[in-house]
Design a protein around this ligand. Structure first.
Ligand SMILES: *Cc1c(COP(=O)(O)O)cnc(C)c1O
Length: 362
């Protein structure tokens, strides 16, 4: 059978069809505790809200279906990263991207893990001896560089290391790291997956049942559990991920093309552009593009003037939401030019957005 399309998979992922008279759109199960029954009764599916929840399982099934593995939700993307570092990074060094999400490096340092920092573009050549875990971020945030997951996974596995890919920017529709050889996918669903800027959530997916069990134990013991309401909202958001990505990627392509032609703008990067340095590898391993691009203005004052003049570009961190937003990354300590802007193209009409951005730059 041919594989179903992304839109169908997003709309229908997540669970058994309802029985007659059951809700087509069930609400979140908010109960923290579940009926245990009497001694001798068979165990139920759930007993306590930190260990399990039916609303979690629906979204876990939907995301796991898209990514080809067993998904475990966490309270945030960082809780998901923490669970991977706690449960998969012992007994060797951890390779982390020097240009990836800054809190992953800070957390590994807090945990006292021996860390080897490698730029994303050099990950395929990184030495792998004595490594327990390689965490990749491709495309990287905020630089939007990429690395070849197939090559890194083969080299890491030959050295006995596990490979995790932070798939936040790509989304489950944009890239399937498990099919490319990774052992784990980790992601912040706060971004495009939930997609409406009203939820903090994360997940880890793996096709290895032993790793999945370890991650669930880490969640239950560490307690970084998601709220059922957040999970329910994220599942509602996931239903339109295909539609939102399509508009966001079209907007990103139009903006990247327009920005390149503007004299005040340097270093426009969006992996979907045919001559972007990341394009060849990205086109080989990604299934589709997304709305995240970056460019550099002269200095922080120029970024401020751009944001003040724009009608539609919000000054905000995070990305992947309905509204276009821009974030000057040096303020968070990223090792980038002071005028570097990560821009998340939203779902506005392309013509309105391009006109607004060009006018704000002038
Ligand atoms: C936002 C982000 C995270 C952290 O996720 P939270 O949900 O904010 O905890 C991790 N990795 C990347 C690439 C991110 O963009």
């Amino acid at each position: 059978m041919t594989e179903l399309g992304d839109g169908t998979r997003c709309v229908h992922g997540g669970g058994p069809a309802p029985g007659v008279g059951e809700p087509l759109h069930p609400g979140p199960v908010l109960s923290s505790t579940f009926e245990l029954g009497l001694p001798g009764d068979p165990a139920g599916a759930d007993f306590y809200g930190r260990a399990g929840n039916p609303t979690w399982r629906v979204l876990e099934s939907a995301i796991g279906g898209l990514e080809g593995g067993d998904c475990t939700l966490f309270a945030s993307g960082m809780a998901a990263t923490a669970a991977v570092l706690l449960s998969c990074a012992r007994g060797g060094e951890v390779v982390l991207p020097s240009d990836g999400y800054y809190l992953a490096r800070a957390l590994a340092a807090d945990l006292g893990l021996p860390v080897r920092l490698v730029p994303t573009t050099l990950a395929a050549e990184a030495p792998m001896h004595d490594v327990a875990l390689v965490l990749l971020e491709t495309p990287s945030n905020p630089g939007l560089d990429v690395c070849d997951i197939v090559v890194v996974a083969a080299r890491a596995h030959a050295a006995g290391a596990l490979v995790a890919v932070d798939n936040t920017t790509a989304t489950p529709l944009g890239q399937r790291p498990l099919e490319l050889g990774a052992d784990l996918v980790v992601a912040s669903d706060t971004k495009a997956l939930a997609g409406h800027g009203d939820v903090v959530l994360g997940h880890v997916t793996t096709a290895d049942p032993a790793l999945a069990a370890r991650l669930r134990d880490t969640r239950t013991r560490g307690g970084a559990v998601p709220g059922p309401m957040e999970v329910w909202l994220a599942h509602r958001g996931l239903g339109t991920l295909d539609l939102r990505l399509e508009r966001q990627a079209a907007n990103a392509r139009a903006l990247a093309t327009a920005l390149r032609g503007h004299p005040a703008v340097r270093d426009v990067r969006w992996p979907g552009l045919a001559d972007d340095p990341a394009h060849a590898v990205a086109a080989r391993q990604m299934r589709r593009w997304n709305g995240v691009l970056r460019f550099t203005l002269r200095d922080p004052a120029a970024v401020g003037a751009f944001l003040a003049a724009s009608r539609f570009v919000e000054s905000a961190t995070s990305f992947g939401g309905l509204r276009t937003s821009a974030d000057r990354r040096e303020r968070w300590g990223d090792d980038v030019a002071s005028g570097l802007v990560r821009l998340s193209a939203g779902c506005e009409d392309t013509a309105d957005l391009v006109e607004d951005v060009l006018a704000a730059l002038d």
